[in-house]
Design a protein around this ligand. Sequence first.
Ligand code: ZN
Length: 299
Amino acid sequence: MIAQMNNKSIRMLIFKLLRYSGLPFLFREVIQKQHVTILLFHAIPLESADTAFKYLMKHYTIIGLNDFFNSCREKKPLPEKSLIITFDDGHRSNYDLLPLFKRYAIPVTIFLCSGIIDTNRHFWFSITHPDYSTEQLKKVPNREKLNILKEIGFEPEINYSHPQALSKDQIREMSPFVNFQSHTVFHPCLPYCDDDEARQEISMSKKMLEQEYSFMINAIAYPNGDYTERDIQFCIDAGYEFGLTVDYGFNTPSTDPFKLRRISVNDTGNMDELIVKSSGVWGFLKTNVLKIANIFGVV
Ligand SMILES: [Zn+2]
């Protein structure tokens, strides 16, 4: 029977088994109870987001990123099972979620690429290259990567026929309900930038968002979750107080403020996957135990 199942079905079956294994409950009631969980979404569709938010509100205490920051500064305790919802990139479809943010009064944070919002520029990682995968390009020095992409007609400052990121009007309309923070200017993988590029990407994005939108920018989410100690120093120099990674784990007010851990939740509408991933069980298994991906070759 297993032989007849495709990879997706096997994956869904694994999530179902894990959901009912009791592990998500155990993680929630033992680990997450005493820690702050930060979830990462990107462009979850409205219907899936509605399902996800309802579940998260029922099982966790949703707090804002700034509530956590205040608790870090003042070393104040937070409610049990505190959970923060973040979105990376500032995808155009995030605007569709505004009615949910309002209806549920969920204090979300969206990390914006300041050079892409309010333009028809595209994210470099949305371009399909015939010879290189996106994962390969993430590991090429940034200037070289841009040259490779230029050969197939992509440049960061080209305006295409349609936007990929939020517009200024949308951001303004969302800003009473959403905390906006920095995700660099053009979303390079910082460790693959030279010093000047990394410094510029980190500091310019903060300046642009503060000057053009009057936001208080105190946090940066490292593109692709990649950072080095050099990049952290540039963030400190630029005046950031916090940096968010995609390193697996949970947080307390004592966690290194520039290495805050996040749990990546696929933009899924599948409850089994959502429950398993938001509890941290999936990240734990991937990080610590079997390297499930290699064994099953399905994830
Ligand atoms: Zn990103």
